[in-house]
Design a protein around this ligand. Structure first.
Ligand code: ADP
Length: 457
């Protein structure tokens, strides 16, 4: 700038010196001249002054225009991020200034590009992260919110930006966490919200610090832990259910053993009855444990045994033969509409066999004397449907979805009497899902049920 000033000063000084010189020369000439020469002198003087004025005005205008262009370009660069080069000034004296500004501009340009790159990277991370992220400033106004947080809290970025957390969601716990974090604390909480949907959230609020260590805002990371919570509850319930289910036969067995030890073993009739009880209860225990093992294998490894091609018709025939005695005992007639052709399937033969055996078992057991069970197979385009229909007791509508849950029974006493574990349909469901298939039920209470197992070929 100093250079520019001295250069302009030089230019003006030269012009003024030139004019002063011309005036001095003319005055000297005029001293020794007549009137007409005086007029000529005055004309020349006016012409020179006009010339000087014109030069001054031109210089002034060009200087202003150049400076305006330069400052405009600088403003566009800083405010709007326009990354053009600095304009070339017309006044040579401004060249240095333009060059210096260009150096500053290229620095700004580089910083700007880097900031843009970093901002895009951060945006991409925040848009693709599975947790919700909210950043609030020192005044507790939201500076940033990512799509997951928008979805979890039922808001939009457009609405949330510039507002406080309380304005976008009613959750005093999160609000307090943000407030505490602004004062420097790290807050970690698990909370339940009801809107926009009932969910469990884990909220981690931490202060954002500047280089000098001042808190400039708060970053709040929100994680949806609903399914984890649900799973924990299912697991807790399951452990409680298993303990309960195992305790019953074990308690019965202990009672029998105590009775035998107390002398019942000496009476042959009572002893025989007690031993039969022991036999029944221990079988029940084994059944429960075996069913639990099948379920646990299916759940943990996702695979039960070998998976290869097998004939479904053969499996059905085999199970029908194995359950003949059971059907006779329950006075139920079980029939299979044998298609007489092969129905090939790929999958775990043992698992499919267990699933069908469970369905047939139930159809016979939850029936009445003189009842019927009909088994049929239907080959679709890319799947096979196995239907087990009975005209037994049926299932009340309220229980229909729940019967596939572990240990769920409609009629507890009846299930116990028939030796049920409450795990049969749960195994059927897992077996269907393991093969990428489905199982469903249609039933009318008192009239009978139809279970449909569909397996992809
Ligand atoms: P369980 O070992 O008690 O039979 P399941 O998981 O196989 O356990 O079945 C769950 C419950 O569903 C049974 O207790 C029974 O109340 C009901 N259920 C299953 N199949 C039938 C059916 N064919 N007809 C009527 N009720 C049934």
């Amino acid at each position: 700038m100093r250079k520019l000033r001295s250069s302009l000063f030089l230019r003006y000084s030269l012009s003024v010196a030139l004019v002063a010189l011309v005036i001095a020369v003319m005055l000297a000439v005029e001293l020794r001249s007549d009137m007409s020469e005086t007029v000529a002198f005055l004309v020349a003087l006016v012409a020179l002054l006009v010339l000087l004025g014109a030069v001054t005005v031109w210089t002034q205008r060009t200087l202003t225009a150049d400076l305006e262009e330069l400052s405009g370009a600088m403003q566009r660069l800083i405010l709007e991020g326009e990354l053009d080069r600095m304009p070339q000034p017309r006044l040579a004296e401004l060249n240095n200034l333009a060059q210096e500004m260009d150096a500053v501009a290229s620095r700004v340009r580089e910083d700007y590009r880097q900031l843009t790159r970093e901002r895009d990277r951060l945006r991409a991370v925040l848009d693709n992260i599975s947790a919700g992220v909210i950043v609030v400033n020192r005044k507790l106004k939201i500076d940033m919110i990512n799509p997951v947080a928008e979805e979890l809290l039922g808001t939009t970025g457009e609405y949330a930006l510039g507002r406080t957390f309380t304005e976008i969601h009613h959750s005093p716990v999160i609000d307090r966490a943000i407030e505490k974090s602004r004062r420097g604390a790290v807050v970690n909480k698990e909370i339940q919200i009801t809107l926009p949907r009932r969910r469990w959230l884990r909220v981690l609020a931490s202060p954002v610090k500047s280089k000098k260590g001042r808190t400039t805002g708060v970053i709040c990371v929100i994680e949806d832990i609903t399914s984890r919570r649900k799973l924990e509850r299912v697991r807790r319930d399951f452990v409680a259910n298993v303990s309960h289910e195992l305790r019953t036969p074990v308690a019965n067995m202990r009672a029998v053993v105590e009775a035998l030890l107390a002398g019942a073993s000496e009476e042959p009739e009572a002893a025989a009855r007690f031993v039969a009880d022991l036999d029944r209860e221990s079988k029940r225990l084994v059944d429960i444990i075996e069913d639990l093992l099948v379920l646990s294998r299916l759940e943990t490894s996702g695979a039960a045994g070998e998976a290869g091609p097998f004939s479904l018709v053969e499996v059905v025939r085999e199970v029908m033969r194995e359950k003949e005695d059971l059907a006779r005992r329950y006075e139920v007639e079980a029939a299979f509409a044998d298609p007489g052709t092969e129905v090939p399937l790929r999958g775990d033969r043992n698992l499919v066999k267990t699933a069908f055996a469970n369905l047939l078992d139930n159809a016979v057991k939850y029936n009445r004397p003189g009842g019927r069970v009909d088994v049929s197979l239907e080959q679709g385009e890319d799947s096979v449907t196995l239907r087990v229909s009975d005209n037994g007791v049926g299932i009340p509508a309220a229980d229909r979805e729940k019967i596939f849950e572990r240990f769920y029974r409609v009629d507890k006493a009846r299930s116990r009497d028939t030796g049920g574990t409450g795990l049969g349909l749960s195994i059927v469901k897992h077996a269907a899902e393991f093969h990428g298939g489905t199982v469903s039920v249609a039933s009318t209470e008192g009239r009978g049920s139809t279970f449909t197992l569909t397996l992809p070929e």
